[in-house]
Write a protein that binds this ligand. Structure first.
Ligand SMILES: C[S@@+](CC[C@H](N)C(=O)[O-])C[C@H]1O[C@@H](n2cnc3c(N)ncnc32)[C@H](O)[C@@H]1O
Length: 337
Protein backbone atom coordinates (compact mmCIF):
# COMPACT_ATOMS: atom_id res chain seq x y z
CA UNK A 1 0.00 0.00 0.00
CA UNK A 2 1.44 3.45 -0.87
CA UNK A 3 2.43 5.51 2.10
CA UNK A 4 0.50 8.60 3.12
CA UNK A 5 3.04 11.40 3.09
CA UNK A 6 2.51 14.58 4.98
CA UNK A 7 3.44 16.42 1.82
CA UNK A 8 0.83 14.63 -0.29
CA UNK A 9 -1.85 15.33 2.30
CA UNK A 10 -1.07 19.01 2.65
CA UNK A 11 -3.37 20.35 -0.10
CA UNK A 12 -6.38 18.63 1.50
CA UNK A 13 -5.75 19.79 5.00
CA UNK A 14 -6.82 22.85 6.91
CA UNK A 15 -4.04 24.95 8.35
CA UNK A 16 -3.00 23.96 11.87
CA UNK A 17 -4.57 27.15 13.17
CA UNK A 18 -7.89 25.48 12.51
CA UNK A 19 -10.83 27.59 11.47
CA UNK A 20 -12.77 27.49 14.67
CA UNK A 21 -16.28 28.82 14.93
CA UNK A 22 -16.05 28.29 18.66
CA UNK A 23 -14.01 30.73 20.71
CA UNK A 24 -10.57 29.54 21.80
CA UNK A 25 -11.90 29.45 25.34
CA UNK A 26 -9.16 27.28 26.74
CA UNK A 27 -6.36 29.25 25.17
CA UNK A 28 -7.73 32.45 26.62
CA UNK A 29 -8.49 30.87 29.96
CA UNK A 30 -4.96 29.52 30.33
CA UNK A 31 -3.28 32.81 29.48
CA UNK A 32 -1.86 34.53 32.50
CA UNK A 33 -2.85 38.13 33.06
CA UNK A 34 0.80 39.08 33.42
CA UNK A 35 2.01 37.36 30.29
CA UNK A 36 -0.90 36.38 28.05
CA UNK A 37 1.16 35.97 24.90
CA UNK A 38 3.46 33.23 26.16
CA UNK A 39 0.61 31.00 27.32
CA UNK A 40 -1.31 31.54 24.08
CA UNK A 41 1.78 30.67 22.06
CA UNK A 42 2.25 27.56 24.15
CA UNK A 43 -1.30 26.53 23.34
CA UNK A 44 -0.75 27.11 19.62
CA UNK A 45 2.40 24.99 19.73
CA UNK A 46 0.40 22.21 21.45
CA UNK A 47 -2.23 22.41 18.71
CA UNK A 48 0.40 22.17 15.99
CA UNK A 49 1.87 19.16 17.77
CA UNK A 50 -1.47 17.41 17.84
CA UNK A 51 -2.08 18.15 14.19
CA UNK A 52 1.26 16.72 13.18
CA UNK A 53 1.02 13.82 15.65
CA UNK A 54 -2.23 12.69 14.03
CA UNK A 55 -0.80 12.83 10.53
CA UNK A 56 2.48 11.24 11.59
CA UNK A 57 0.64 8.35 13.25
CA UNK A 58 -1.39 7.70 10.10
CA UNK A 59 1.65 8.11 7.88
CA UNK A 60 3.80 5.77 9.94
CA UNK A 61 1.53 2.84 9.13
CA UNK A 62 0.71 3.91 5.57
CA UNK A 63 -2.95 4.08 6.51
CA UNK A 64 -5.59 5.78 4.44
CA UNK A 65 -8.66 6.78 6.44
CA UNK A 66 -11.48 4.30 5.83
CA UNK A 67 -14.84 5.76 4.95
CA UNK A 68 -16.68 2.61 6.01
CA UNK A 69 -15.32 3.11 9.55
CA UNK A 70 -16.18 6.81 9.64
CA UNK A 71 -12.52 7.68 10.06
CA UNK A 72 -12.49 11.48 10.27
CA UNK A 73 -9.70 12.35 12.64
CA UNK A 74 -9.75 15.37 14.92
CA UNK A 75 -6.97 17.82 14.17
CA UNK A 76 -7.75 20.39 16.81
CA UNK A 77 -6.75 19.76 20.39
CA UNK A 78 -8.94 22.59 21.69
CA UNK A 79 -12.02 20.67 20.61
CA UNK A 80 -10.76 17.52 22.33
CA UNK A 81 -10.34 19.66 25.44
CA UNK A 82 -13.91 20.95 25.07
CA UNK A 83 -15.17 17.35 24.92
CA UNK A 84 -13.27 16.42 28.06
CA UNK A 85 -14.46 19.58 29.85
CA UNK A 86 -18.08 18.90 28.84
CA UNK A 87 -17.89 15.60 30.74
CA UNK A 88 -16.20 17.26 33.72
CA UNK A 89 -13.42 14.64 33.61
CA UNK A 90 -11.19 14.83 36.63
CA UNK A 91 -8.34 12.96 38.31
CA UNK A 92 -9.26 9.35 39.00
CA UNK A 93 -12.23 9.13 36.61
CA UNK A 94 -12.74 6.02 34.50
CA UNK A 95 -13.64 6.96 30.93
CA UNK A 96 -14.89 4.85 28.05
CA UNK A 97 -13.72 6.09 24.65
CA UNK A 98 -15.23 4.62 21.50
CA UNK A 99 -13.00 4.79 18.43
CA UNK A 100 -9.76 6.32 19.74
CA UNK A 101 -8.22 6.43 16.25
CA UNK A 102 -4.70 7.80 16.65
CA UNK A 103 -5.32 8.57 20.33
CA UNK A 104 -5.50 12.38 20.22
CA UNK A 105 -8.59 12.53 22.47
CA UNK A 106 -7.23 9.65 24.58
CA UNK A 107 -4.17 11.79 25.25
CA UNK A 108 -6.26 14.71 26.53
CA UNK A 109 -8.24 12.31 28.74
CA UNK A 110 -5.06 10.87 30.24
CA UNK A 111 -3.71 14.40 30.81
CA UNK A 112 -6.90 15.19 32.71
CA UNK A 113 -6.10 12.29 35.06
CA UNK A 114 -8.48 9.66 33.67
CA UNK A 115 -8.03 5.94 33.20
CA UNK A 116 -9.34 5.08 29.73
CA UNK A 117 -10.95 1.99 28.26
CA UNK A 118 -10.67 2.51 24.50
CA UNK A 119 -12.68 0.32 22.11
CA UNK A 120 -11.39 0.44 18.53
CA UNK A 121 -12.73 -1.68 15.68
CA UNK A 122 -9.87 -1.11 13.22
CA UNK A 123 -7.00 -3.43 14.21
CA UNK A 124 -4.42 -1.05 12.70
CA UNK A 125 -5.69 1.92 14.70
CA UNK A 126 -5.97 -0.24 17.83
CA UNK A 127 -2.27 -1.11 17.37
CA UNK A 128 -1.34 2.56 16.90
CA UNK A 129 -3.12 3.68 20.04
CA UNK A 130 -1.80 0.74 22.06
CA UNK A 131 1.74 1.59 20.98
CA UNK A 132 1.24 5.28 21.75
CA UNK A 133 0.23 4.58 25.35
CA UNK A 134 2.41 1.52 25.96
CA UNK A 135 4.39 3.40 28.60
CA UNK A 136 1.40 3.99 30.86
CA UNK A 137 -1.07 1.68 32.56
CA UNK A 138 -3.79 4.31 32.24
CA UNK A 139 -5.07 3.15 28.84
CA UNK A 140 -6.54 -0.23 28.03
CA UNK A 141 -7.31 -0.85 24.35
CA UNK A 142 -9.84 -3.45 23.23
CA UNK A 143 -9.91 -4.24 19.54
CA UNK A 144 -13.65 -4.78 19.16
CA UNK A 145 -16.71 -3.50 17.38
CA UNK A 146 -18.45 -1.35 19.97
CA UNK A 147 -21.90 -2.22 18.65
CA UNK A 148 -21.23 -5.90 19.42
CA UNK A 149 -19.19 -5.79 22.58
CA UNK A 150 -20.46 -6.37 26.12
CA UNK A 151 -19.71 -2.92 27.38
CA UNK A 152 -21.74 -3.20 30.57
CA UNK A 153 -19.76 -6.27 31.64
CA UNK A 154 -16.39 -4.69 30.75
CA UNK A 155 -17.14 -1.47 32.63
CA UNK A 156 -18.74 -3.14 35.64
CA UNK A 157 -15.66 -5.24 36.26
CA UNK A 158 -13.35 -2.20 35.99
CA UNK A 159 -15.56 -0.16 38.34
CA UNK A 160 -15.88 -2.99 40.83
CA UNK A 161 -12.10 -3.38 41.03
CA UNK A 162 -11.78 0.34 41.67
CA UNK A 163 -14.53 0.62 44.25
CA UNK A 164 -12.66 -2.00 46.26
CA UNK A 165 -9.67 0.34 46.29
CA UNK A 166 -11.65 3.49 47.03
CA UNK A 167 -14.52 3.30 49.42
CA UNK A 168 -17.12 5.16 47.36
CA UNK A 169 -18.49 3.93 44.04
CA UNK A 170 -17.82 6.49 41.34
CA UNK A 171 -19.67 6.43 38.02
CA UNK A 172 -17.66 6.21 34.83
CA UNK A 173 -18.01 8.65 31.90
CA UNK A 174 -18.06 8.31 28.14
CA UNK A 175 -16.18 10.77 25.95
CA UNK A 176 -15.89 9.98 22.26
CA UNK A 177 -15.60 11.25 18.72
CA UNK A 178 -17.61 8.44 17.17
CA UNK A 179 -18.19 7.49 13.54
CA UNK A 180 -21.46 9.12 12.48
CA UNK A 181 -22.88 5.84 11.16
CA UNK A 182 -23.04 4.22 14.61
CA UNK A 183 -24.48 7.23 16.48
CA UNK A 184 -27.95 5.77 17.00
CA UNK A 185 -26.55 2.40 18.13
CA UNK A 186 -24.23 4.12 20.60
CA UNK A 187 -26.98 6.32 22.03
CA UNK A 188 -29.40 3.39 22.35
CA UNK A 189 -26.81 1.21 24.02
CA UNK A 190 -25.37 3.76 26.46
CA UNK A 191 -28.20 5.96 27.68
CA UNK A 192 -29.96 3.24 29.71
CA UNK A 193 -26.69 2.58 31.60
CA UNK A 194 -27.17 5.18 34.33
CA UNK A 195 -26.04 2.56 36.83
CA UNK A 196 -22.46 2.78 35.53
CA UNK A 197 -22.17 6.05 33.57
CA UNK A 198 -22.99 9.56 34.77
CA UNK A 199 -22.10 11.50 31.61
CA UNK A 200 -22.02 10.55 27.95
CA UNK A 201 -20.35 13.21 25.80
CA UNK A 202 -20.34 12.55 22.07
CA UNK A 203 -19.16 14.31 18.96
CA UNK A 204 -22.01 13.72 16.52
CA UNK A 205 -23.12 14.94 13.14
CA UNK A 206 -24.54 18.43 13.79
CA UNK A 207 -27.95 17.60 12.39
CA UNK A 208 -28.20 14.48 14.60
CA UNK A 209 -26.99 16.47 17.61
CA UNK A 210 -29.69 19.10 17.13
CA UNK A 211 -32.36 16.48 16.61
CA UNK A 212 -31.40 14.56 19.74
CA UNK A 213 -30.86 17.51 22.03
CA UNK A 214 -33.54 19.95 20.95
CA UNK A 215 -36.34 18.11 19.16
CA UNK A 216 -39.29 20.25 18.17
CA UNK A 217 -42.74 18.86 18.88
CA UNK A 218 -44.95 18.70 15.80
CA UNK A 219 -41.94 18.55 13.46
CA UNK A 220 -41.03 15.79 11.04
CA UNK A 221 -37.80 15.33 13.04
CA UNK A 222 -39.67 14.27 16.16
CA UNK A 223 -39.29 10.48 16.55
CA UNK A 224 -39.27 7.65 19.12
CA UNK A 225 -35.52 8.20 19.66
CA UNK A 226 -36.37 11.63 21.16
CA UNK A 227 -38.70 10.02 23.69
CA UNK A 228 -35.98 7.45 24.43
CA UNK A 229 -33.28 10.12 24.96
CA UNK A 230 -35.46 12.14 27.37
CA UNK A 231 -36.58 9.01 29.21
CA UNK A 232 -33.00 8.08 30.13
CA UNK A 233 -31.13 11.38 30.12
CA UNK A 234 -31.00 15.17 30.12
CA UNK A 235 -29.30 16.07 26.85
CA UNK A 236 -27.52 19.34 26.14
CA UNK A 237 -26.19 20.66 22.84
CA UNK A 238 -22.78 22.08 23.74
CA UNK A 239 -21.03 23.43 20.67
CA UNK A 240 -20.83 23.22 16.92
CA UNK A 241 -17.64 21.82 15.40
CA UNK A 242 -17.09 22.90 11.79
CA UNK A 243 -16.02 20.19 9.33
CA UNK A 244 -12.63 21.90 8.72
CA UNK A 245 -11.44 20.48 12.04
CA UNK A 246 -11.32 16.90 10.75
CA UNK A 247 -9.10 14.96 8.40
CA UNK A 248 -10.36 13.91 5.97
CA UNK A 249 -12.99 16.62 5.94
CA UNK A 250 -16.52 15.20 6.21
CA UNK A 251 -19.35 16.63 4.09
CA UNK A 252 -21.17 17.88 7.18
CA UNK A 253 -20.42 19.78 10.39
CA UNK A 254 -20.35 18.08 13.78
CA UNK A 255 -21.40 19.08 17.29
CA UNK A 256 -20.77 18.08 20.89
CA UNK A 257 -23.74 16.81 22.88
CA UNK A 258 -23.59 16.00 26.60
CA UNK A 259 -26.14 13.52 27.93
CA UNK A 260 -26.44 13.52 31.72
CA UNK A 261 -27.73 10.05 32.52
CA UNK A 262 -30.62 9.57 34.92
CA UNK A 263 -30.53 6.94 37.65
CA UNK A 264 -33.25 4.27 37.49
CA UNK A 265 -35.17 5.94 40.36
CA UNK A 266 -35.50 9.07 38.23
CA UNK A 267 -36.89 7.35 35.14
CA UNK A 268 -40.53 8.21 34.40
CA UNK A 269 -42.78 5.75 36.26
CA UNK A 270 -44.09 3.13 33.83
CA UNK A 271 -45.09 -0.43 34.69
CA UNK A 272 -42.80 -1.83 32.01
CA UNK A 273 -40.28 0.03 29.85
CA UNK A 274 -40.75 -2.69 27.25
CA UNK A 275 -44.47 -2.05 26.85
CA UNK A 276 -43.89 1.72 27.04
CA UNK A 277 -41.41 1.79 24.16
CA UNK A 278 -43.41 -0.72 22.17
CA UNK A 279 -46.39 1.66 22.46
CA UNK A 280 -44.26 4.67 21.45
CA UNK A 281 -42.78 2.83 18.46
CA UNK A 282 -46.21 1.68 17.41
CA UNK A 283 -47.54 5.24 17.67
CA UNK A 284 -44.84 6.50 15.30
CA UNK A 285 -44.97 3.55 12.90
CA UNK A 286 -47.42 5.37 10.75
CA UNK A 287 -46.80 8.91 11.81
CA UNK A 288 -49.63 10.48 9.87
CA UNK A 289 -52.13 8.16 11.52
CA UNK A 290 -54.11 9.33 14.53
CA UNK A 291 -53.22 7.59 17.79
CA UNK A 292 -56.71 6.17 18.16
CA UNK A 293 -55.97 4.17 15.00
CA UNK A 294 -52.26 3.33 15.35
CA UNK A 295 -52.64 2.11 18.95
CA UNK A 296 -55.73 0.08 18.18
CA UNK A 297 -54.11 -3.28 18.75
CA UNK A 298 -53.41 -2.36 22.39
CA UNK A 299 -57.06 -1.50 23.13
CA UNK A 300 -60.26 -0.30 21.42
CA UNK A 301 -60.14 3.19 19.92
CA UNK A 302 -62.85 4.48 22.28
CA UNK A 303 -60.55 3.72 25.23
CA UNK A 304 -57.64 5.45 23.50
CA UNK A 305 -59.82 8.51 22.90
CA UNK A 306 -60.86 8.54 26.57
CA UNK A 307 -57.23 8.23 27.69
CA UNK A 308 -56.18 11.03 25.32
CA UNK A 309 -58.90 13.25 26.69
CA UNK A 310 -57.73 12.58 30.25
CA UNK A 311 -54.18 13.56 29.26
CA UNK A 312 -55.63 16.75 27.74
CA UNK A 313 -55.52 15.94 24.03
CA UNK A 314 -58.25 15.79 21.39
CA UNK A 315 -59.37 12.41 20.04
CA UNK A 316 -57.74 13.24 16.70
CA UNK A 317 -54.19 13.61 18.11
CA UNK A 318 -51.13 12.36 16.27
CA UNK A 319 -47.91 11.11 17.91
CA UNK A 320 -45.78 14.18 17.15
CA UNK A 321 -48.04 16.26 19.42
CA UNK A 322 -47.17 14.34 22.60
CA UNK A 323 -44.13 15.01 24.79
CA UNK A 324 -42.48 12.30 26.93
CA UNK A 325 -44.69 13.06 29.97
CA UNK A 326 -47.84 12.81 27.80
CA UNK A 327 -46.80 9.42 26.43
CA UNK A 328 -46.09 8.24 29.98
CA UNK A 329 -49.57 9.26 31.17
CA UNK A 330 -51.22 7.78 28.08
CA UNK A 331 -49.36 4.51 28.57
CA UNK A 332 -50.26 4.33 32.23
CA UNK A 333 -53.94 4.93 31.49
CA UNK A 334 -54.05 2.37 28.68
CA UNK A 335 -52.08 -0.22 30.64
CA UNK A 336 -53.78 0.73 33.92
CA UNK A 337 -50.72 1.25 36.08
C1 LIG B 1 -14.39 9.73 13.76
S1 LIG B 1 -13.01 8.68 14.02
C2 LIG B 1 -12.39 9.41 15.50
C3 LIG B 1 -10.97 9.04 15.83
C4 LIG B 1 -10.37 9.77 17.02
N1 LIG B 1 -11.16 9.57 18.22
C5 LIG B 1 -10.23 11.23 16.75
O1 LIG B 1 -10.94 12.02 17.39
O2 LIG B 1 -9.41 11.60 15.90
C6 LIG B 1 -13.85 7.22 14.55
C7 LIG B 1 -13.00 6.08 15.05
O3 LIG B 1 -13.89 5.00 15.41
C8 LIG B 1 -13.40 3.77 14.90
N2 LIG B 1 -14.59 2.91 14.71
C9 LIG B 1 -15.42 2.85 13.63
N3 LIG B 1 -16.43 1.99 13.86
C10 LIG B 1 -16.24 1.49 15.11
C11 LIG B 1 -16.95 0.55 15.92
N4 LIG B 1 -18.05 -0.05 15.48
N5 LIG B 1 -16.46 0.25 17.15
C12 LIG B 1 -15.33 0.85 17.61
N6 LIG B 1 -14.63 1.75 16.89
C13 LIG B 1 -15.07 2.07 15.66
C14 LIG B 1 -12.69 4.15 13.63
O4 LIG B 1 -11.76 3.16 13.23
C15 LIG B 1 -12.05 5.48 14.04
O5 LIG B 1 -10.81 5.26 14.65
Amino acid sequence: MPSLSLHSLQPFLPTPRAKLAIPLRNAVASASPTNPTIKTQKKKKKQDDDYHATLKALNSKGRFPRKSLGQHYMLNETINEELVAAAGVEEGDVVLEIGPGTGSLTNVLVNAGATVLAIEKDPYMAAIVEERFAGTNLVKVLQEDFTRCHIHAHMSSILQDRSNEETKFRHAKVVANIPFNISTDVVKQLLPMGDIFSEVVLLLQDETAQRLADPALRSSEYRPINIFVRFYSDPMYKLKVPRENFFPQPKVDAAVVAFRLKQAVDYPQVSSTKSFFSMVNCAFNEKRKMLRKSLQHFCPSTEIEAALSEVGFPATSRPEELALEDFVRLHNLIFEV
